[in-house]
Design a protein. Structure first.
Length: 409
């Protein structure tokens, strides 16, 4: 049976909710002159329809859209795959805080599926970090501790994780949507012939099918898509910082540590590591900052960030930016907040000259308090802000800085 989707004419009231919900422009409204109430009728162009189900969801009140999809057989024996895994990303022996966030949600998923929660730790001189992961909720930690992993390189890390996944067969593996995670998660997924959902903002499981429900923004943040991997295992997802709360440590928690040996002769690196350069432009880490002061295109010039930095320093906060400012070369990419940058969740977010495009909003919308400074009172950022200051930021910010200094003096 081929995929089918139909409009039930006796239930359709011509509200056009399905038209606005369809991301592919596959639905249009037509006149029904013979209808007693002159309702219009939705018509679906099956050549454009991808059977994503967005219209069905939009019409859930009237139930005027009926969709039937092909049943697909699993590409692998799903029963062989059990367990939830978290890739414990580290660099130079320091575990990324996103790992603790993943362990928190991983624990929720593992408990629902009634399976163990495991972590995978790859690096050099990192065996002592295993207990930290156990304290944060891992039942088992797989370790590869070897000098060949002293610096992250795609080939070596991909090879060893792929080998372990094929051997142990977990049903779910979660990774941080960091520079490292984004770099090699897709490589691992390709090696083991499975799907990968990037930049998830929500994770849950269907206990009937054991499918991981992976929710992420799609079409520029205009819709939230829930993606499934019903035919392949393991199910892979990357998750951004600050989407989930960190797992709280439970000192003395018991768990199993499995230390694996590495045959370095079988690992081939096609690139050569030369040198690690640390970005010292940020005094406070964006991920951990309670206060963030961000600058955008409205600064008008790169020198405007000196004002942003001064305010951030006074408040003990971090400096952020919009993509436009990064693309203009005014500030390094590591400061970019948004869908293609860093997701943050500070207590206070101060947006200076940022209009508030949806891609930026996705990255900072969960801030407790948003303060917008902009000449355009109608821009999106000014509309969503807790406090909106309309005017020239080169007059407003110096005034704020002056008042802070007076108060502290």
């Amino acid at each position: 049976m081929a995929n089918q989707i139909n409009i039930l004419a006796d239930k359709c009231i011509g509200c056009s909710l399905c038209v606005s919900a369809c991301p592919f422009g596959a639905i249009a409204m037509t006149e029904r002159p013979d209808h007693p109430k002159k309702f219009k009728l939705a018509v679906i162009d099956v050549n454009k329809c991808t059977f994503c189900g967005a219209c069905v969801q939009a019409c859930k009140v009237f139930k005027a859209i009926e969709m039937k999809k092909d049943e697909v057989k699993p590409a692998v024996d799903l029963s062989q795959y059990r367990g939830v895994w978290v890739y414990a990303e580290q660099r130079h022996g320091v575990i990324s805080t996103v790992v603790y966030e993943l362990l928190n949600q991983g624990r929720v998923l593992a408990d629902k599926l009634q399976v163990p929660l495991s972590a995978v730790l790859i690096g050099s001189n990192i065996t002592s970090k295993a207990q930290d992961l156990i304290d944060r909720g891992a039942d088992k930690v797989y370790i590869y501790d070897d000098p060949i992993f002293a610096e992250f390189q795609d080939d070596s890390y991909t090879a060893i994780l792929t080998e372990l996944l094929k051997k142990e067969k977990p049903e779910i593996i979660l990774m941080g949507a960091t520079n490292i995670g984004r770099s090699f998660a897709s490589r691992v997924a390709a090696k083991i012939y499975t799907g990968l959902t990037a930049d998830c903002t929500g994770l849950d499981v269907d206990l009937t099918t054991r499918n991981l429900q992976q929710t992420r923004p799609a079409f520029g943040g205009n819709i939230m898509a829930t993606i499934l991997t019903p035919r392949h295992r393991p199910q892979m997802a990357t998750v951004r910082h600050k989407v989930f709360k960190e797992a709280k440590p439970q000192a003395g928690r018991k768990g199993e540590v499995v230390v694996n040996t590495v045959d370095a002769s079988k690992i081939i690196n096609r690139t050569k590591f030369l040198q690690f350069f640390k970005d010292d432009s940020a005094h406070v880490n964006l991920h951990d900052a309670d206060i963030i002061v961000s600058g955008g295109r409205g600064l008008g010039k790169p020198e405007g960030f000196k004002l942003v930095e001064e305010l951030a320093d006074l408040l003990g906060g971090a400096v952020g930016s919009s993509r436009a400012a990064v693309d203009a070369g005014w500030i390094p990419y590591s400061h970019q907040v948004g869908q293609t940058g860093t997701t943050v969740s500070p207590k206070v977010y101060i947006a200076c000259g940022i209009s508030g495009q949806i891609q930026h909003m996705i990255g900072m919308g969960s801030a407790e308090t948003i303060i917008a400074i902009n000449k355009d009172k109608d821009c999106p950022m000014m509309q969503v802000a807790t406090y909106s200051l309309e005017g020239d930021l080169y007059e407003i910010i110096p005034s704020i800085i002056s008042e802070i200094k007076k108060a502290r003096a």
